[in-house]
Design a protein around this ligand. Structure first.
Ligand SMILES: O=C1O[C@H](COP(=O)(O)O)[C@@H](O)[C@H](O)[C@H]1O
Length: 242
């Protein structure tokens, strides 16, 4: 596990964009395609925008990129809470990824639990039995959640499913999420988080006692892949080791 601490969020976003570009080049030269799962929330907004601009945009063979999500709020794609809407506005509408390679984690007129099973089948078909994404970006909430793995929820104990959906009562909405066992099969996982609100969660996740029921980000431990935390100095300010 590596922690990279940046003086500014600008430097942090450049590093995130570079990770995307390097992982895409590596995966495409190895297999002819790049399977990446995006994160939602506010943390990816700026590096998405960077990726859509020079000098990053022209370094990616976008027609070989397949987009998935680490998690989604179960709301229509035009809802302001949708992680997909944010990705569409900040990145996807600006780069030439074929539409059938953008796998939204939402569909109309389907129950979220049924769609989770469909999404898992799609991943099994596209990633193969090993289920190894080339790259997964993750954020971290102030409560230590990542993807839609929220404190105290049954999804944290999931061992078999790759994708799960459940009603998140405190937010009064369904969530759909990759599970920790699937995330941990990725070749590379990059957390991106910044700001004062993340100081406590980051410290507990990295240096607190092991209690993933309280701090679900502690479940993220790649089996064979790399794990990197890209954080700004403010979020990292509570860490004893950095
Ligand atoms: O609800 C969510 O929150 C987390 C963290 O978001 P941030 O705004 O604090 O960066 C995010 O990683 C997740 O995808 C999203 O659904």
């Amino acid at each position: 596990m590596a922690i990279q601490v940046f003086k500014t969020t600008e430097e942090q976003n450049i590093a995130a964009a570079e990770i995307f570009v390097e992982a895409a080049k590596k995966a495409i030269s190895r297999s002819g395609k790049f399977n990446v799962a995006l994160t939602g929330g506010s943390s990816p907004v700026k590096f998405h925008k960077l990726l859509a601009e020079s000098p990053y945009r022209e370094q990616v063979e976008w027609e070989k990129v397949s987009i998935y999500w680490g998690d989604e709020r179960w709301v229509p794609l035009d809802d302001d809470k949708s992680n997909a809407k944010m990705a569409e506005e900040t990145l996807l509408s600006h780069v030439p990824i074929p539409a059938d390679q953008i796998h939204f984690m939402w569909a109309a007129d389907v129950e979220p639990e049924d769609y989770a099973a469909e999404y898992e089948q799609l991943l099994r078909d596209n990633l193969g039995p090993e289920g190894s994404f080339d790259l997964i970006f993750l954020g971290m909430g102030y409560d230590g959640h990542t993807a839609s793995l929220f404190p105290g929820e049954a999804v944290l104990s999931e061992k078999d499913k790759w994708v799960d959906a459940y009603f998140l009562a405190p937010q009064d909405m369904y969530r759909i999420t990759l599970t920790a066992p699937l995330i941990n099969k990725a070749k590379k996982i990059a957390f991106v988080l910044y700001g004062e609100k993340k100081i406590h969660a980051l410290k507990e996740v990295l240096e607190g006692e092991h209690n993933p029921t309280k701090y679900p980000s502690q479940l993220i431990k790649p089996v064979n892949g790399e794990l990197v935390f890209l954080v700004d100095e403010v979020a990292a300010s509570g860490l004893a080791n950095k």
